[in-house]
Design a binder for this molecule. Structure first.
Ligand code: GCB
Length: 596
């Protein structure tokens, strides 16, 4: 699906702003709130999560649907054009109504969807209503509980006769923010139009041979003109599929990006797609970018900020990349869902290397909010299979042309060890699918949870071994010598698999401003010593190709006894102030080159 743009053949209208809003009280659908103007609505900014925009615990903890509404108009100048209504992301389930009619529905909170509206829309006063559901259950990604409860909130048994309020019990450790999270746009194209573009560069010495495929609707001629960054023409081609050559190619390099632009015309339509030329390969326990062993330095992040929740915030995106550069990082993982298209475009331009993750987090009934009782087979209990398949396909189709993306993560901390065969049978087809769908055939991984690693059949089947490990925090907390021993024992095992290893998470909760000369848990000093202890072991292994600290910044979670106003494992606070660890990391990372 192409990112919507404004150019000489396409119009773009941004519907960001203040919408009318009402949380469903159980009567919304029955009273057809979508067919009439909402009565006594609140104001609500779009794009953003709704949860933290108002001072209301009921809204923050709301369970179920909310309704967003506004009027839209279509300029008369667009008559005869194809007109598309497009949502960057609505979390987690959307029903879209135009003038009272359901025009589309979408499951999944982190990927775009769109619907043609030229035959459904009047020129003035169209009532657009979006009903948004935030429920996470056994069929959604991320996974949650269908009943009330709280992953972090209670250790004592419930009291008979008490009815707690119905809430989502997320099987994951980040606040279940919901709403219209990314921009809503109307765009137009000619009736005969460019539907999709696929670009697959490969490197032959000093030149690039670039395969391309243009999907078009209707009859017409397709032409391509390729420009470099100086806007000089470097190649041309005709037809919907083929190959062009770029001589003396400028590579897209980590933190040194170079983007070409493919200008495509098809009849009256045109579209400009940027792309970079770089190669990615896993070979001999190394992760190669442009043929050289790359070392990942960076973080698992979140889309999370004060008041916005998980809503797109381009200022924050620019700021975060600036802080990543400041700290000496070269990469991050989109934990635990695909980030906005705007962020991926920014990383293409700035040269940050990205591991792109599906929203498959919490696919594990033996962990978090769903654990308890005996071991159960996650893959028999949950019904995520079809949706998991869909998000792998949709994420890769959305992101396939981004040079910044070097690997796909098909899940975070799934249940790969309790029933190893079931896990393998669930994930191996998804691994194969990701390889099949990606025209650039990037490496595919799954991010592994700490546990009985020797029984795991799934992780060893991936291209890169990605491990989340908390030696010195959830295990041997406060005893960093024991942590180092345990870490060495585990890495000695993974080394024998013969694949590159990345630590995709390791971290310690740290309250900014809490200091002690003797490093103990939660102090800024302990976070530094925790990282130092981990690094001492990492540095002994040649097959170790990257370190992503958990987390870039403190972030919001559900309230409960495990989290003091959120997860505090950030190297930065939630408002992006560096903790002591950020200075320590800067010192380490500026001394480790991006390439060996
Ligand atoms: C993990 C999860 C991450 C949590 C983190 C923690 O393993 O992948 O979502 O936030 O641990 O801090 O517990």
């Amino acid at each position: 699906m192409l990112y919507p743009v404004l150019n000489s053949s396409r119009t773009l209208i941004d519907l960001s702003g203040i919408w009318s809003f009402k949380a469903d009280d159980g009567t919304g659908f029955q009273q057809q709130w979508y067919a009439n103007k909402l009565k006594n609505p609140m104001t609500m900014a779009v794009p953003a999560s709704y949860n933290d925009q108002k001072e209301s615990i009921d809204l923050r903890d709301h369970y179920g649907y909310v309704f967003y509404q506004r009027e839209i108009a279509i300029p008369k100048t667009l008559e005869g054009q194809r007109i598309v209504l497009r949502f960057g992301a609505v979390t987690h389930y959307a029903k879209v109504y135009l003038n009272g009619q359901l025009i589309t529905e979408h499951k999944g909170g982190f990927l775009p969807f769109e619907v043609e509206i030229q035959d459904k829309v009047k020129s003035q006063n169209n009532l657009l209503t979006v009903a948004v559901n935030n429920v996470v259950d056994y069929s959604t990604l991320p996974v949650g509980s269908e009943v009330g409860g709280n992953m972090l909130g209670g250790v004592l048994p419930p009291v008979p006769g008490v009815t707690p309020k119905k809430q989502n019990a997320p099987n994951f450790d980040f606040f279940n923010y919901a709403g219209i999270h990314r921009p809503v746009k109307i765009y137009s194209t000619p009736k005969k139009f460019i539907e999709d573009i696929t670009i697959v560069p490969s490197l032959e010495g000093t030149k690039a041979s670039v395969y391309y495929k243009i999907d078009t609707i209707g009859q017409g001629e397709t032409t391509l003109t390729i420009y470099d960054e100086e806007r000089e023409v470097v190649a041309e081609a005709k037809g919907n599929e083929g190959t062009f050559i770029i001589e003396n190619v400028h590579l897209w390099q980590p933190l040194n990006a170079y983007l070409y632009a493919a200008e495509i015309t098809f009849g009256e339509d045109r579209y400009e797609q940027s792309f970079g030329v770089r190669t990615v390969e896993v070979k001999d326990s190394q992760f190669l970018i442009n043929g050289k062993p790359f070392y990942f330095k960076g973080f698992g992040k979140h889309e999370d900020f004060i008041a916005h929740g998980r809503g797109l915030d381009e200022v924050l995106n620019v700021k975060d990349l600036s802080l990543l550069r400041w700290i000496g990082a070269n990469s991050f993982r989109t934990s635990h869902y695909p980030y906005s298209e705007e962020m991926m475009n920014l990383c293409d331009r700035e040269g940050f290397v990205v591991i792109d993750e599906t929203p498959a987090v919490g696919v594990n009934v033996n962990f978090g909010a769903m654990s308890g009782g005996g071991k159960r087979d996650t893959f028999e209990v949950l019904h995520t299979h079809q949706h998991h398949h869909d998000v792998v396909v949709d994420m890769i189709e959305r992101d396939k042309n981004h040079p910044c993306i070097v690997m796909w993560s098909i899940a975070n901390e799934s249940d790969t060890t309790a029933f190893p065969e079931s896990s393998y049978n669930y994930y191996k087809p998804l691994y194969d699918l990701a390889h099949k769908v990606d025209p650039q055939n990037r490496p595919v991984t799954i991010v592994g949870v700490q546990g009985e690693y020797k029984t795991d059949k799934t992780l060893p089947a991936m291209d890169v071994i990605c491990l989340n490990r908390y030696y010195g925090w959830y295990i041997y907390g406060g005893d960093l010598n024991a942590a180092k021993q345990a870490l060495s024992i585990e890495l000695d095992y993974w080394k024998t698999i013969g694949k590159p290893i990345i630590f995709t998470e390791y971290g310690a909760d740290t309250v900014a401003g809490l200091h002690l000369a003797t490093p103990t848990m939660f102090t800024e000093e302990y976070q530094v010593e925790f990282l130092r202890a981990n690094h001492e072991i990492f540095d002994k292994y040649d097959c170790f190709v990257g370190e992503h600290v958990w987390n870039f910044a403190d972030f919001q979670t559900i309230q409960g006894i495990m989290r003091v106003e959120g997860n505090k494992k950030g190297a930065f606070t939630r408002d992006r102030r560096p903790k002591l660890a950020a200075h320590y990391l800067q010192n380490r990372w500026t001394q480790i080159p991006d390439f060996e």
